[in-house]
Design a binder for this molecule. Structure first.
Ligand SMILES: [Zn+2]
Length: 193
């Protein structure tokens, strides 16, 4: 049997493979009807949105994005994160159980995987939102980000709150939505320090 540290590392690699699979499939997906993406979501235990709902959300969100709707990508990433957390439990029990001799820093590997899992969804969403914007160069993204931060910095707080900080989609005024309908970003989440 492989040592505990190696098995934790294996799990981390499986997680990365699955994340790449989600992002790859999502980028290939069409907006609206896409049986292949639907089947992939069902395989993760998720319920795909109806094509009409997808078109409605995509018309309200960030314009001209290719690939699957960000809200569905977030749910797919979250399903993979939860599965990985469940898979990690028996390994943690093994570490804390009797008669464990901690080979090759299993505890450190578990800590790293846990930290990775904690930030996985938000990090991958940011990357996905960049990847699914076609015909935008990296330098223009940075230029844009700088301009945006200057403008947001000058703006009144209530103006800032009307744009999703994750995808930039407008947040309907007077809404009490707790999360972005387009990308699933939690508006009230306190950033992890
Ligand atoms: Zn959003």
């Amino acid at each position: 049997m492989r040592g505990l540290a190696d098995r934790v590392k294996d799990q981390g690699e499986r997680l990365q493979t699955r994340v790449r699979e989600v992002v790859g499939k999502a980028l290939q997906s069409r907006v609206g009807e896409d049986p292949s993406w639907d089947g992939f979501l069902v395989g993760l235990g998720l319920k795909p949105l109806a094509a009409a709902r997808r078109l409605e959300l995509s018309s309200q969100g960030v314009p001209n994005l290719k690939g699957a709707l960000p809200i569905e990508v977030r749910k797919a990433l979250d399903a993979i994160r939860r599965q990985s957390e469940r898979d990690l439990e028996p390994l943690v029990e093994e570490l804390t159980g009797p008669g464990t001799d901690d080979d090759g820093d299993a505890e450190g590997c578990i800590d790293r995987l846990r930290r990775d899992l904690a930030e996985l969804v938000d990090r991958e969403m940011q990357e996905y939102l960049v990847k699914c914007r076609p015909k935008v160069t990296l330098s223009s993204i940075f230029a844009n980000a700088q301009m945006t931060s200057v403008r947001l910095g000058d703006a009144a707080p209530d103006v800032k709150a009307r744009k999703c900080t994750c995808c930039g989609a407008a947040r309907p005024e007077g809404t009490d939505l707790r999360s972005c309908a387009f990308c699933g970003n939690d508006f009230f989440a306190v950033a992890a320090v």
